[in-house]
Design a protein around this ligand. Sequence first.
Ligand code: SF4
Length: 440
Amino acid sequence: MKFHIKTFGCQMNMNDSEAIKGILKLKGFTPVEDITEADIIIVNTCAVRKKAEDKFYGKLGEINRVKKRKKNLVVGVCGCVAEKEKEKLLENNVVDFVFGTRSIPRIDQIIDEALKGKRFVYMEDHIEELDGSFPRIRDSKHHAWVTIIYGCNKFCSYCIVPYTRGREKSRPMPDILKEVSSLASQGYIEITFLGQNVDSYGKDLKDGSSLAKLLSETEKIEGIERLWFLTSYPKDFSDELIEVIARSNKIARSIHLPVQSGSNKILKLMNRGYTKEFFVELIQKIRKAIPDVSISTDIIVGFPGESEEDFYETIELVENLRFERVNLAVYSPREGTYAAKHFIDEIAQSEKSRRLQKLLELQKRINRDINKEYLNKEVEVIVENTLEKTPGFLYGRTINNKIVIFEGSRELIGQKVHIKICRTTAGPLYGEITKQEVKV
Ligand code: SF4
């Protein structure tokens, strides 16, 4: 039988889909790209923003057209929309089964039931079975996502994640190290540790484990060249972690620290648990200890109660802190969250768009200025992939998360190369290869 998985949303979902693919392939199912060829379709969904949820429902419409022609097609839904909607999804005739983010280890049994013609919801927690020995089909041959902590305990007022992904549950450190060692022996050189709040890693284990310790141990594994981690929560970003990054030459000089707003009033309404002053001090502390670090952030505009003055404070923060990247989002209430229940989404869409545009323009100017400093410099990148729309070109990433585009052959994917930067933009850097590291 053939299966197709469509994944929406974050890297956690991608990593979950790799596990689903791994177990299905082991059970003899064949993955296919074209949904019209599939006997089983699984949609791994995202509910973090309305736009992502709308995309999922659009996909269901497309699948429905296939199902009308192919009556035996079995369709399953997992991910955050599945967790949020549960039985409600079965009201849609195209969906046959719904399963939880923590039920993935049982996907083979779930599919067996669905193939018998049953329509059901399965939400049991078997996440502990998703250990380092679990089979996964990974898209990349040199870079691997490794989830280290599931769920989130923070309850930011706008966020659906604690309701869909449950409470924090860390994987034991020996299990993660075993998985990374096995990846290194298969030729993986880059690892990204994933979690909704990776800085909370280990707290629930109560055995002294922490992200700082995990990174220190992982960088000792032979073959591992670069380590990333996503996503951080400012309040949990420890001094120990800063020290470990500062003295390492393998941990990426790239930290994603979502600030969300530059106004203390809005941060309080968002239940973020820190003030603007705390955040600024943290960034200063990190930059002092790790001078070549690049810091990126997330910002939500148009949160209920955000006045022009509050928005201006965000603008000021972005001007002053000069992030390397800002992921901007317009606030949309997520059903079930505190903000959706208690705050009125009173800011007009046109005003939200105006604020978004203003921040986009500001960040573009900052990016352009930061990137200019790279002109004529030589950087080292690990080559990620070919550039889909420009044959003969590749892109790679520096240790501080700069995307660099250059001419080269696909044999270089997964290798380290040195590039001289010839052109800069507000986005990627462009350059030419000066040196290639030969693998031994
Ligand atoms: S830290 Fe806040 S925004 Fe991030 S996943 Fe947890 S609740 Fe959501």
